[in-house]
Design a protein around this ligand. Structure first.
Ligand code: SF4
Length: 400
């Protein structure tokens, strides 16, 4: 770890007094001030990379805040646009995101047919190349605007995940990045006869062991594996399976590598990372359904160092802990043992989905430091004795 801590600005959802300046929205203003958009040059094209949700998955960064960030970018002289994958862009209106509500255009990240891309060399595991989204490549400035939440494949969906999966076209995302876990062998082909493969399929309560008889193809979908080890138990006398931590970790290492390729296309002074840790669900926004927020609302975590911002976000989530009454029953391998040294997202998704790995890999790649200094803005302690207006609601019609 680097000895010089990176500043990470934090605005809690808790306000110390009933005044707009001290509220969560007021804290976003202060954080934007601290982030200092003055490094955005006049007429810079500013990509505000978001996840705009999918179907009924509306628990993303509220348009109220997007609009405010868009305005701040415009005030700095930039030309902002919101961007995400084409499906999310086309139906963003269903979740309240339009050019009118956001205050700027919404552009598909790799073009209208998801084919406007630039090939980048990756050479990691079974992934030789990826197709980087052309619109991200063209932009001058990146605002990585992220809804912090859990993620079934790697535990955590934060700033890294937003640009690593969201910064590439669909086939790169779904076929390559989501297939990297198969780079390390995890079964002995000689021991997996068709009959035995079918037996192993039956052992998995999560339906993540797949066998294609026609192709004689056996695989485990690691994204849904919660490490219950029922398959390993059933296999103990045969020893055909050998699922390792490395299989799970490869996905996170690739997230860091893919993020590096995206970040390379932006000047260091033109990268901003803003995580909204509110409405923190167990799974990703792409699930397309409403989910219970399993962690209480925390606040905004922002800075210019992606490693520090994601690391601080994970620490704050760890401190908050799970709201047990809101955990849905489909987390079947839930570990609530207080003695177990696990992050809340590991308690949901299994111990091998350590959400901190991505920041560790990111740091090794030189993308930032896990050594951060949390700078809280307008803390409740700071604002509780400040003078607040007598009334905050409309006392009489103010429209005219
Ligand atoms: S560990 Fe559990 S969830 Fe994972 S593949 Fe085996 S049976 Fe399925």
């Amino acid at each position: 770890m680097s000895s010089k801590p990176s500043p990470v600005f934090f605005g809690s959802v808790i306000n110390g007094t009933q005044a707009r300046f001290a509220s969560f929205a007021g804290k976003l203003n202060k954080i934007i001030e601290k982030l200092d958009f003055s490094t955005i040059d006049k007429k810079d094209k500013v990509a505000i990379k978001m996840h705009l949700g999918f179907h009924d998955g509306y628990q993303t960064v509220p348009v109220f805040f997007v609009r405010r960030i868009v305005k701040a970018v415009k005030d700095a002289g930039g030309y902002p646009f919101v961007t995400d994958n084409p499906t999310a862009v086309y139906n963003a209106v269903d979740r309240g995101y339009t050019a009118e509500t956001c205050g700027c255009p919404i552009i598909p990240v790799a073009g209208v047919k998801d084919g406007y891309t630039k090939k980048v060399e990756i050479n990691f595991g079974n992934v030789k190349t990826l197709e980087l989204a052309g619109v991200m490549h063209d932009a001058d400035v990146l605002v990585d605007l992220t809804h912090a939440k859990g993620h079934n494949t790697c535990g955590f969906g934060g700033a890294f995940k937003n640009i690593a999966l969201g910064g590439y076209h669909g086939p790169s995302r779904w076929n390559k990045i989501h297939g990297v876990e198969h780079s390390i062998p995890y079964f002995d082909k000689d021991k997996i006869t068709p009959e035995y493969a079918k037996k192993l399929v039956e052992t998995c309560p999560e339906d993540c062991i797949k066998y294609d008889e026609e192709k004689d193809e056996f695989k485990i979908l690691f994204g849904m594996c919660n490490q219950c080890w029922k398959c390993m138990e059933a296999d103990k006398d045969v020893g055909a399976l050998d699922i390792k931590q490395e299989n799970f970790a490869m996905f996170q290492e690739l997230l860091a590598i893919a993020s590096k390729e995206v970040l390379k296309t932006f000047d260091e002074k033109k990268q901003f990372f803003i995580n909204f840790a509110i409405d923190i669900t167990g799974a990703c926004d792409c699930w397309g359904l409403a989910q219970p927020p399993v962690i209480h609302d925390i606040g905004i975590i922002a800075g210019r160092d992606i490693v520090a911002v994601d690391h601080a976000t994970l620490d704050l989530i760890a401190k908050a802990g799970l709201v047990e009454s809101l955990i849905p029953p489909y987390y079947r391998n839930l570990n609530l043992d207080p003695e177990a040294d696990l992050h809340p997202f590991q308690r949901l998704h299994g111990p091998m989905k350590n959400p901190y790995l991505v920041t560790e890999y990111g740091e090794k790649l030189g993308l930032g430091t896990r050594n951060y200094e949390l700078v809280e803005v307008l803390s409740p302690e700071e604002t509780k004795d400040m003078e607040a207006p007598q009334t905050v609601s409309e006392a009489s019609p103010s429209f005219f």
